[in-house]
Design a protein around this ligand. Structure first.
Ligand SMILES: O=C(O)CCC(=O)C(=O)O
Ligand SMILES: [Fe+2]
Length: 352
């Protein structure tokens, strides 16, 4: 079946109750519609973070209920925004909507060519990419500088427009959902299928890297009076690509800790700098966050890539067999298990 056909991909029902982020206290929590239970489960953690009075606690419950309500309406609101944008938005640079080889750094094209050649292996690939730590995080050139410049101009044009705007995810408040802007079909999907997957297939074969069949792509933006940083989290993705698009900024490094399913007793963080037009590949389950920028604006393209073969077995957000619910577009990348061949089952991301 064709990618993106409504109904093929599904979500896990945990989306309405797990990983609800409370920005004020920097905490992710589960909520089952019951304030007393919330107090039991998180009262101490909230108090430790400064939520002391009943009023403060009630404010948290209200915030969580609003977030759950937002999530319930997400598909419908997103579909409505997308329709308005496709009717009314006039792109400044229509050419960036259709992937061309000329957008890509020639060195990246060479790397992809290697990955798709016969006999390509991880060792050979590691001679061509920078390994930035022992956590299986790799940096490689992705786009040309010119593409990054023009792409940001397009996103700024959209930002200035009167068009409705969604939030990239539950933690970032500023940026652009590429699907709503109409950038998925001819830009991100071919990028994932023909260029990113061959690389991920060698880097993360154990995490579904060779079978990435959907994605969620967005651009995050950090600026002094907007978001400055990003709390520690893991992604709803098997493999993530994070590309530094620009503009000029200081600080704002990413930091990475343990792999979610294999925490070490004393977590070791590595800090990783952004390199303009270069991307970082990492496993979605690698705990990470972003330090505050000190000046300027930071724009990064994030592609959360999903492998239904992996997540159908275990939802990465609730760590259980997914409870499938209908959703639109790529949804959260689950499929009905009858659609894939049980004989081809892959291991869920190994605990390294
Ligand atoms: O700020 C960044 O570049 C990282 C964003 C990120 O980790 C995410 O959106 O999942
Ligand atoms: Fe992330």
């Amino acid at each position: 079946m064709e990618a993106g056909v409504p109904g093929r991909f599904l979500a896990c029902a945990c989306f309405l109750r797990e990983n609800v982020f409370v920005p004020r206290y920097g905490l992710h929590l589960s909520y089952r519609g019951d304030a007393a239970r919330l107090r039991e489960d998180y009262g101490q953690a909230l108090r430790d973070r400064g939520c002391r009075s009943d009023q403060e606690f009630e404010a948290v419950v209200k915030e969580i209920e609003e977030e759950v309500e937002r999530r319930k309406q997400l598909d419908r609101h997103s579909r409505e925004r997308k329709a308005i944008i496709s009717q009314g938005y006039k792109p400044k640079h229509p050419e960036v909507y259709v992937l061309q080889d000329s957008f890509l750094d020639p060195e990246f094209l060479e790397i992809v060519k290697y990955c798709t050649s016969q006999g390509a292996d991880l060792q050979g690939l590691l001679h061509r990419v920078d390994s930035v730590s022992d956590k299986r995080i790799y940096r490689l050139p992705i786009f040309t500088h010119e593409f990054c410049r023009v792409f940001i101009e397009e996103l700024e044009n959209f930002e200035r427009s009167e068009m409705p705007k969604g939030r990239p995810n539950t933690m970032n408040n500023y940026g652009v959902l590429l699907n709503e802007l109409g950038l998925d079909d001819a830009l991100v999907t071919p990028l994932r299928e023909s260029y990113l997957q061959p690389v991920a297939s060698l880097l993360y074969p154990d995490c579904g890297g060779g079978r990435l069949d959907s994605h969620k792509a967005f651009v995050v933006k950090y600026a002094l009076h907007e978001d400055l940083d990003l709390s520690s989290h893991y992604d709803n993705a098997e493999v993530t690509l994070n590309v530094s698009l620009g503009k000029d900024f200081t600080e704002g490094n990413l930091y990475f800790a343990d792999f979610r399913q294999a925490p070490s007793p004393v977590p070791k963080y590595v800090e990783v700098e952004h390199v303009g037009s270069h991307g970082l590949f990492h496993r979605g389950g690698q705990i990470h966050g972003a330090l505050p920028i000190a000046s300027g604006e930071r724009w990064n393209l994030i592609v959360w890539m999903r492998s239904s073969a992996v997540r159908n077995q275990l939802c990465p957000m609730c760590n259980r067999k997914p409870e499938l619910v209908e959703a639109e577009g790529f949804a959260d990348g689950f499929t009905r298990s009858s659609e894939w061949n049980a004989a081809e089952t892959v291991d869920v991301c190994s605990l390294t």
